[in-house]
Structures are given as C-alpha cells and as structure tokens.
Design a binder for this molecule. Structure first.
Ligand SMILES: Cc1cc2nc3c(=O)[nH]c(=O)nc-3n(C[C@H](O)[C@H](O)[C@H](O)COP(=O)(O)O)c2cc1C
Length: 333
C-alpha cells in the first residue's frame, strides 16, 4: 500500500478539504463518499443530489430496461453537471453486455460493478473504453481477481451491508483487502455516519460507499412506508436470505420473510421455499405496503429522513469534529 497516497497533496490544500483523498482525484469529486447503487430506490433525483453535494451518485441497472436506463442517464444529466456513475451487476452475458454497451454509448465514464456472475469479464470490457471501474468485492480473493482484470479501485463490502452480501464483516474485510491490492480501497457495509466514515479512513480506506443511509432520504424513489420501516428497524431486524433472488441478500425482517424462515425451520423442501419466495416477490409488486425492504444492519442507527446533501454535510462536519478531538488527545500526551 505504500505506493497509494491516501490524501491528495496540492488539491487538499486548495479546497481546504481535510478529507480530500485519492478517490476524489480518481473520480473528480469533492468528498470521498459514494452512494451505492440501489435497485428500485436510487433514481436520477437521488443520484444527482449526492453528486451535487460533492459525493458520487450511482444509478442502478439491475431491474432497469435498456430504454429506462438511457432515460435515467439523460435525466441525471439534466439535474447535475457533476460526475456520476452507473452500476452493472453481471447477471448473465446478454444482460451484462447490453448494459455495458449503453454505459459506453452514453459516454458515462465511471462504473461500479456489483456481485453477480464472477466469470463475466465486465471490468476488462469497460476498461477497453477507458471507463473507470470500481467493483464491489466481498472477499480478498475477489478483490485480487478484479484488480488483475484492471479495476481502478475496489469497494470492499462487508456482510453488514444491505443488498447482496458475502460472509466477511467490514472490520476484518477492509484492512485485509487493503493489504492485498495496490489500488485504492473504498469501505462499504454498515457505515451510516461520521463515526463510520472516520473509522473507514482509519482502516486505510480512501472513502466510503453507503446504501441504506441514502434509502432514508427525501430523494429516494420509494414511498413513505418503506422509508419508515428503515427508521423503525433495530440492528437485529435484518436477515440474509438466498431464496428471494437466488443469492444471499440482506433484507428487513417483515411478516412475509418471517413466514419464509418459519417454513424452512419446519423442514420445507427448497421447491416449496422457492415458490413462497416467488409469492413474496409478487406481493411486493402488488402492494407497496408489503414491499420487501432490502437494507443493512445500519438501519438500526437511522432515525430520520434527511436530504442527501444534509447527510453528506453532517458526515463531513462530524468527521472534522472527531479528527479535532483525536488531535487534541494526541496533543495532550
Ligand atoms: C435497496 C438496496 C438496493 C441495492 N441494489 C444494489 C444494486 O443494484 N447493485 C449493487 O451493486 N449493489 C446494490 N446494493 C448495495 C449498495 O450499493 C451498497 O453497496 C450497500 O448498501 C452498502 O452497505 P450499507 O447498506 O450498509 O450502506 C443495494 C443496497 C440496497 C440497500
């Protein structure tokens, strides 16, 4: 890691921004804060709000038709002239190629990639078109592989996160990935405020990616009941369930998910569990009040719906106060 400078020298002085890191230089952003792509939740309004506030907003492609993706990119450009990214989850060759082609055609110059089929060489496809690529990785092994493929940075995401998850928690995963690769590492999974931000930097990360915290924003594209369920959840109210999408995904525990867990406990066969999971998905589509909420353990800390800009400003202000306090402590010794 010695060859990866964490903080940008001249630029850090120029904008008097204590938190100007290599990630800011790589992406052309003010604060090293990425809004993780959120299927169904993070549309142009949220993405632009994050980018306008100095972070990096990321549009999802999973569950988004090609036409809708082109529209969302165009709409985001009407709302911000700052950098933003598009996320591609490699879910089969045809899907991945079609979404990558749109990213390339539309001149989007930053992409994140989610967990999906690890055999699709999505990073090298995008790199051939000079797109900056930041894959989300759940293990050291995965990080090494995407860096060999040409990733510009990696987002190490612990299993506390909302969405598809691995099994390693953020606290061990982030420094392990930092020690294993020679590109900047962004920390994700279980970060929701200035304390998590400073902790991530202390681990050696060059920035953070948050999903769940940005779910509970005015700009998130979902109704009030979903946002409320995040505010009401405690840290114990999420579970990881593989039946819903075919891969382990962290969601809020609600009545339907509880029934699914109960069925499993009673020894139901996989076929029966899969059929019930299909019912849950259909119910989500029919009734917004019964929507399965994909969210991380940090839900337990989120008690207010804010604007994306306020969240970013609070993190930066809080982090500055923490650093000043640590500095005072160091001075007192
Ligand atoms: C509602 C929701 C949807 C998500 N959808 C995606 C997605 O489409 N692609 C992806 O790579 N990650 C997705 N994620 C993961 C986030 O981008 C981010 O990495 C994660 O939320 C970080 O952990 P946190 O929730 O603890 O902040 C999703 C997360 C949430 C909460």
């Amino acid at each position: 890691m010695d060859n990866v400078p964490l903080y940008g020298g001249a630029d850090a002085m120029k904008d008097e921004n204590l938190f100007h890191t290599v990630l800011c230089d790589l992406l052309g952003i003010k604060y090293p804060i990425i809004q993780g792509a959120m299927t169904r939740v993070g549309g142009p309004r949220l993405v632009a709000a994050v980018s306008n506030a100095g972070g990096l907003g990321v549009l999802p492609t999973f569950g988004v038709s090609p036409e809708k993706l082109r529209q969302s990119i165009a709409e985001t450009r009407t709302l911000t002239d700052r950098p933003f990214a598009v996320n591609i989850v490699p879910m089969g060759r045809a899907f991945t190629e079609s979404r990558a082609k749109i990213v390339i055609d539309e001149g989007v110059d930053i992409a994140t990639t989610g967990r999906g089929d690890p055999t699709t060489p999505i990073v090298s496809w995008l790199k051939q078109h000079n797109i900056k690529v930041l894959p989300v990785v759940p293990t050291v092994r995965h990080a090494i592989r995407v860096v060999e493929e040409g990733a510009d940075a990696v987002i190490a995401s612990g299993c506390e996160a909302g969405g598809h998850v691995g099994t390693i928690a953020s606290l061990p995963l982030i420094p392990l990935v930092i020690d294993a690769v020679k590109v900047p590492v962004v920390a994700a999974g279980g970060i929701g405020d200035s304390r998590g931000f400073v902790a991530a930097l202390a681990l050696g990360a060059c920035g953070i990616q948050m999903g769940t915290r940005f779910y509970a924003t005015h700009e998130a594209d979902v109704g009030p009941s979903e946002k409320r369920s995040i505010l009401e959840a405690s840290e114990e109210d999420t579970v990881v369930e593989a039946m819903l999408t075919g891969k382990p995904v962290r969601v809020l525990l609600d009545r339907e998910i509880e029934k699914l867990l109960q069925l499993r406990k009673q020894g139901a066969a996989d076929k029966e569990l899969a059929a019930f999971a299909t019912e849950i998905r259909k119910l989500s589509q029919r009734d917004p009040e019964k929507q399965t909420v994909v969210a991380g353990q940090i839900s337990g800390m989120i008690k207010t719906i804010e604007s994306a800009e306020d969240i970013i400003n609070q993190i930066i202000e809080g982090a500055t106060a923490i650093c000043n306090k640590l500095h005072l402590l160091a001075g007192a010794q």
